[in-house]
Design a protein around this ligand. Structure first.
Ligand SMILES: NC(=O)c1ccc[n+]([C@@H]2O[C@H](COP(=O)([O-])OP(=O)(O)OC[C@H]3O[C@@H](n4cnc5c(N)ncnc54)[C@H](OP(=O)(O)O)[C@@H]3O)[C@@H](O)[C@H]2O)c1
Length: 285
């Protein structure tokens, strides 16, 4: 990589940031395509976010990604955000357009792209169970609703959070049949029988723990998508495989959200196959 006076700077702002795989993914692609860009990790504490966002303008940085804990608070420091990011209430990508800072959210769209490209699945008319009601779930829910899902059920450990979450979006998407469920097998059994897609959006699985869902109630055609990507094969995915169901891990979402950010900054289609291979080498099965 040759850094010179013309090198365009991109990067990621988060705290902590040392675990991020995005610098590896983007720098590999910049090098592969011969683009004079660099992607840097910036460890930005919450109190320094405003100054760091202003620095994007002052230092002519092309754009950045935002990760925990900055995705919501960054909105206050941007000039405008696109419609989907506004619905989600979070921004993970910023582009500096002639000193105007514009916010986007590629998390949910990346998830949808992975469904389409990796599994040939469209949410249109489908019945979907999401487990979890945290930050990642918001982006995914908005994309599924915009994609025409017929029914979205949200099961969460803290039931009140699922209820608040679905209540908020049922006003915005009146054509979607939303429901909130407690994360208990008896409640899930009734829902699973007519579910096309189950998505784990919780962090369960990262430490070898399992959600222990009653997967035998699902139709044989159902898909289990776990957005956890480290490890690549979570206990939930192992259980689903053993039950003969189609499974997919979070690497697809990670790659496609990155590919969409890349396109926003460079106007070039990212080589997603290379991105996926690069990350897979670093992750555990
Ligand atoms: N593949 C990708 O590109 C991608 C992108 C974003 C995030 N992720 C992954 O998605 C996961 C969630 O991220 P997030 O930002 O949404 O986190 P978050 O906002 O902290 O939400 C965490 C969710 O997990 C639930 N949860 C946590 N521990 C649980 C347990 N022991 N049993 C049941 N539920 C539990 C929480 O339930 P309560 O409400 O009850 O606390 C909440 O619904 C992380 O593993 C992250 O790495 C992947």
């Amino acid at each position: 990589m040759n850094i010179d006076a013309n090198t365009k700077i991109t990067g990621i702002l988060g705290h902590p940031i040392h675990h991020s795989l995005s610098p590896l993914m983007h720098n590999t692609v910049f090098k592969h395509l011969g683009l004079n860009y660099v992607y840097l990790p910036f460890d930005v504490k919450p109190g320094d976010l405003k100054d760091s966002i202003n620095a994007i303008r002052c230092m002519n940085i092309v754009g950045v990604n935002l990760t925990i804990p900055h995705k919501e608070r960054v909105i206050a420091y941007l000039d405008r955000i696109d419609t989907e990011a506004e619905l989600i209430g979070a921004v993970n990508t910023v582009k500096n357009i002639d000193s105007e800072l514009v916010g986007f959210n590629t998390d949910g769209k990346g998830f949808l792209e992975s469904l389409k490209n990796d599994l040939g699945f469209s949410p249109k008319g489908k019945r979907i169970l999401m487990v979890g009601a945290g930050g990642a779930a918001r982006g995914i829910l908005v994309s599924l609703a915009l994609g025409g899902a017929k029914k979205i059920s949200v099961a969460n450990r803290t039931y009140n959070r699922a209820e608040k979450f679905t209540g908020e979006f049922s006003d915005r998407f009146p054509s979607v049949n939303f429901s909130a469920l407690p994360l208990e097998n008896n409640a899930l059994k009734n829902c699973l029988g007519d579910t096309d897609l189950v998505i784990n959006t919780t962090s369960v699985g990262m430490n070898g723990d399992s959600l222990k869902l009653p997967l035998n109630y699902l139709p044989n055609s159902a898909i289990i998508y776990d957005i956890v990507y480290n490890p690549l094969k979570t206990p939930l995915l192992r259980e689903a495989e053993e039950a003969g169901l189609t499974t997919h891990n979070g690497l697809g979402m990670l790659v496609f959200q990155g590919a969409l950010s890349f396109k926003i900054w460079t106007d070039i289609d990212a080589p997603v196959k290379l991105m996926k291979e690069t990350l897979a080498k670093r992750l555990f099965v």
